[in-house]
Write a protein that binds this ligand. Structure first.
Ligand SMILES: NC(=O)c1ccc[n+]([C@@H]2O[C@H](COP(=O)([O-])OP(=O)(O)OC[C@H]3O[C@@H](n4cnc5c(N)ncnc54)[C@H](OP(=O)(O)O)[C@@H]3O)[C@@H](O)[C@H]2O)c1
Length: 372
């Protein structure tokens, strides 16, 4: 008995020491967490870019920084337009907080540049680049897109912009349309004639998703609020559920594929309106003010467990931006099958206002930044 007590005492002591050590390591890592703000001298070849040294929209600033030079595999693009995604405010706010521990920066953002989606004109190409030439109009995704110039790798998320598509429209595409395409085509495996429900049909992803689901031959139901009913109908939705009047999880209809851009219903409620072999694709959810530690990741983790106990496939998807899918989307835009919906545009120095607007969670289509 005495020995057992001594062992228990020893284990408790060891656990307490480990917890104290973890706490101290965390504290040191927190205080050591920094970024390159204030370390660079005056730029020799300046360009304007949005920079943030600390978390929070109030800390976003338009500054002059060094214009990038393309490496052998990169192209230099003069940005004409960029677009905002919820992805951007996650980085601005550093939420859900787990992101900070996963390398985004515990106390301050490690990467002080912002924005991903862009469209613009190629100004120079690296010596290994054969796919693009100066003068080409391109669009895609590259970190630090809220700037006058970006240098994406030629083989990554960049493609030629169709001539009949504006820079503003093309800049809307990368994250939102690729997410909609991969969620419906690859995860949902949507087949002609299938019933597809899109929860959050009026937002950045939703407005692309309705059109893509239609082009895949689906019978599409869009869930949106009263003010967006006409918009979602005009995108081709066959049926509309106004979420201010009706709860789609209480309806009699059963869906082969559900794309959930909002995540405001429980997994069992969503399962209840899937066909026996239906697929539920969660892409996100949660507003800027209610992210907490895990944000939408909590639901994604729960979906991994939940899906083991049901017949339907239910899970979260992370989009993977790439050249081939951008080219598919470019072809769809060129042929008129896909038309980006632009809610409003802001100038580069108004990025903070644009982020604040998207943070409210009520964008109608995409919010675009024009760059001079
Ligand atoms: N996993 C990925 O790879 C990935 C990629 C892109 C985006 N995401 C995530 O996906 C989510 C959607 O992105 P987004 O770009 O489409 O966002 P967004 O443009 O900000 O979406 C706003 C739209 O959501 C609608 N909405 C809000 N509450 C709703 C409700 N209860 N029911 C139906 N619609 C509602 C709003 O309509 P009302 O104004 O009418 O309310 C608005 O039109 C975000 O959480 C984002 O972080 C994930």
């Amino acid at each position: 008995m005495k020995v057992l007590k001594r062992v228990l005492k020893w284990i408790t002591g060891a656990i307490l020491v480990l917890l104290l050590l973890a706490f101290l390591v965390g504290l040191i890592a927190y205080w050591r967490s920094t970024n390159d703000c204030g370390k660079a001298g005056a730029p020799t070849n300046p360009m304007k870019a949005i920079v943030y040294c600390d978390y929070g929209v109030a800390n976003l600033k338009l500054e002059e920084i060094e214009k990038p030079a393309p490496s052998d595999d990169q192209i230099l693009v003069r940005v004409r337009a960029a677009s905002i995604n919820p992805y951007d405010w996650h980085f601005v706010e550093g939420t859900p907080y787990v992101m900070r521990a996963m390398g985004v920066g515990l106390r301050k953002p490690k990467d002080t540049r912002l924005g991903v989606d862009f469209a613009g004109t190629v100004e120079a190409v690296g010596k290994n680049v054969t796919q693009f030439k100066p003068g080409d109009e391109v669009f895609g995704g590259r970190g630090g897109a809220f700037a006058q110039y970006v240098c994406p790798r030629a083989t990554r998320a960049v493609a030629l912009k169709p001539a009949n598509v504006s820079f503003e429209e093309a800049a809307s595409v990368n994250i939102a349309a690729i997410t909609a395409l991969q969620a419906l085509r690859d995860k949902g495996k949507v087949q002609p004639g299938q019933k597809v429900l899109i929860n959050g049909a009026s937002g950045g992803v939703g407005t692309f998703a309705v059109q893509i689901a239609k082009s895949l031959g689906a019978d599409v139901t869009g869930v949106c609020s009263t003010r967006n009913v006409d918009l979602v109908k005009s995108l081709g939705a066959d049926h509309i559920i106004d979420y201010t009047k009706e709860d789609f999880t209480k309806g009699a209809e059963r869906y082969d594929v559900m794309l959930d851009n909002v995540g405001n219903h429980s997994l069992s409620e969503c399962k209840g309106v899937l066909t026996p072999t239906g697929k539920y694709v969660l892409i996100g959810g949660g507003g800027a003010s209610d992210q907490g530690f895990l944000g939408g990741l909590g639901k994604a983790l729960w979906a991994m467990v939940f899906s083991k106990f049901v017949n339907q496939q239910m899970g979260m998807m992370m989009a993977d931006a790439n050249h081939n899918d951008l080219t598919i989307l470019a072809d769809m835009m060129q042929s008129g099958k896909l038309k980006p919906v632009i809610d409003r545009t802001y100038k580069l120095d108004q990025v903070p206002d644009a982020i604040r607007y998207v943070e409210q969670g009520h964008a109608r289509g995409k919010v675009v930044i024009t760059v001079e």
